[in-house]
Design a protein around this ligand. Sequence first.
Ligand code: ADP
Ligand code: ADP
Length: 228
Amino acid sequence: MFIDVINLKKSYTTGSVTTEVLKGIGMKLEKGETGVILGPSGSGKSTLINIIGGIDRGDSGQVSVDGVEITDLNDDQLTDYRRGDIGFVFQFYNLVPNLTVGENIEVVSNISKSPLDTDVVLAAVGMRDKKHRFPRELSGGEQQRVSIARAIVKNPKLLLCDEPTGALDFLTSRFILQLLQQVNQKYGTTILMITHNAAIAAMANRVFRLRSGEVVEESVNQNTVPAE
Ligand code: ADP
Ligand code: ADP
């Protein structure tokens, strides 16, 4: 089991109001699979992937990723895990504006254990010739290609994507998804992605539907083949 989440709970307290955002989540994903999380806004999707990625912590339950029980890690170990094994792709790219494309990649590869070559990942996303450009000189789709290059340069075991195509038009979205599928097939990277897009869900091996902090439906897509 690559990702194994058991009875994960998380609450936030604002003033005197406590809201249970995750109410005992259970989900499993095998190595090389692509999983999609669907669900309405506020259902806990980002909280769930942030905990799996070591950005946030749950209150109780178990989260194991590639055999590592991340709930047992101390803060330093969790930072190592996040830096070493997890790639993140966000809706709004989160590139550093005053660094070039190449420098945005190198910020990450410089702190990675076994990074891939910057030019190789830029070529993989078709952005090799924009290496010396700044993010503001690029279209949204191009910025997302750079952010995918930045996520894969550390050769992560797991790629977590929070609405990666949420700010892009249909054709650009399709291109970005094809790119993510290529990463999955070429590097065997397990991918877990939040989306509102039904077409994306149809490409995934497994789909988890969240509602109010619970997995209310899980489906396995028989037409898709996980990466080796
Ligand atoms: P989704 O990604 O499905 O839209 P989120 O995981 O972002 O849902 O949020 C779930 C709920 O948790 C929302 O009601 C949100 O307001 C709340 N929430 C998320 N992060 C925090 C936080 N840091 N502090 C307080 N409440 C939060
Ligand atoms: P898209 O059609 O994908 O939205 P744009 O029309 O925004 O793309 O950009 C088209 C091309 O022009 C892209 O290759 C982008 O790199 C380049 N470009 C856009 N804005 C700038 C800029 N301010 N400076 C230099 N090049 C730019």
